[in-house]
Design a protein around this ligand. Sequence first.
Ligand SMILES: Cc1cc2nc3c(=O)[nH]c(=O)nc-3n(C[C@H](O)[C@H](O)[C@H](O)COP(=O)(O)OP(=O)(O)OC[C@H]3O[C@@H](n4cnc5c(N)ncnc54)[C@H](O)[C@@H]3O)c2cc1C
Length: 464
Amino acid sequence: MTDKSLLIVGGGPGGYAAAFLASDLGMKVTLIDEEKQLGGVCLLRGCIPSKALLHLAKLISEVKDAAQWGLSYGSPEIDLDKIRDWKSRVTGNLTGGLAQLCKQRGIERIAGRAVFKSSQSVEVAGHGSITFERAVIAVGSTPVFPADWAVAGVMDSTRALELENIPQRLLVIGGGYIGLEMGTVYAALGSRVSVVEMTDGILPGVDRDLVRILQARLRKTFDRVDLNTRVVSLQRNGASLKVVLQKGEEPEETQEFDGALAAVGRQPNTRDLGLENTRVQLDDRGFVKVDADGQTDDSAIYAVGDVIGGAMLAHKASHEGKKVVEKLAGGTEEPMHPVVPAVVFTDPEIAWCGLTESEARAQGTEIAIAKFPWGASGRASTLGRNDGTTKLIVDPHSRRILGVGLVGSGVGELISEAALAIQMKARVEDLAGTIHPHPTLSETLMEAAEVFLGKSTHQYKKTR
Ligand SMILES: Cc1cc2nc3c(=O)[nH]c(=O)nc-3n(C[C@H](O)[C@H](O)[C@H](O)COP(=O)(O)OP(=O)(O)OC[C@H]3O[C@@H](n4cnc5c(N)ncnc54)[C@H](O)[C@@H]3O)c2cc1C
């Protein structure tokens, strides 16, 4: 569809990736975002600022660890102004780069809030009505946040990233990845962090054997992690926050904190978007319904990213954005979500992709598991970080790798090899037969494959 108008609403990783590819393929593209800066939640108040702060947290924790090996620096001096400034420079440079790329591609950018008026037009305050032939909704999501929590001064993740201050006692409500990552940042900067999670485990959905290794370290990082615990009420009393908690069926208990951060989920930004003026349908949680190609019930309108639900991750959004554009340009037959890796940037990190063990058990899929514990990894030993595991989920008949789960320091950088292996339908022999450089953590993938084949160099298996 060369030189036909494509309108993209939302300039996050879903929207800008779609806009850039569409322009590269010769389409006339208009990109609307209500923010002046491009990058969406990911760049402005999500992935990037949180990872910048987590990098500092990692440095602080590594310096602490180093003391036991004979390298001491003393206590870190924390200059919050400088940290905020550094974080802003990181996001500023990246969003500036996106603006430049947009300009170079000749994409028309409009800063304003778009509201759909029909299947062929949106209204943007200050810019009037804009018509389109095709549109992509990439408006993302926002934190779920009860109104009374806001009154009590509880932070959402956006505010927590501002680092207004470092509360002495911080309550993190929600043991999902955002709560744990932000808790890790505040703990490194000096807060005593307590986490409460409503369900019976942190990181619901992630294989428990991986989570257990993270939990062992979190016991040192955080003051407490209370499972099966919910916040009954919150009340601000001057500088202190009185929180009534209930654990399971136990009697309610009041605890005092200096600050709280809520990370209890995210909701799609479909409210007040004017979708009732189109044929786009929403599910009962407000997510836009799409088919396997990202097309909504309105044939002129597609949707990608957080707003369609599933894994709410930036790389999933970008992938979907590009796939939709390829489809509009004449199409590929590839499925929309081949393998979506996920990384939790705690310390240690957890990463997984493909089938998880818990999913396989729930579906009744026959699998074999091969694990290589990092106690036997030379590289992990040199880092003083043997608290890790590499786990393969394998089809016992074809020996194809169906899933990979990793926990350990820096595993976010290892998971892409696993994603490629699954995507390319690799068998354990492929992974075992690929020479991995020594000493690296990537060797643990090769060794886990060798464990499956009963010939791991660094794990003894009695055969005679
Ligand atoms: C603290 C935190 C940490 C995270 N860390 C990670 C991570 O490490 N890795 C990862 O993969 N994901 C992470 N995420 C999730 C990731 O940020 C999202 O999955 C991703 O940003 C979704 O991209 P998107 O394009 O769908 O939407 P968004 O990034 O939400 O962008 C949507 C854009 O649409 C604009 N918009 C909304 N409504 C309108 C409208 N009506 N008109 C015009 N513009 C509109 C918004 O201003 C926004 O810029 C994190 C999220 C948070 C909150």
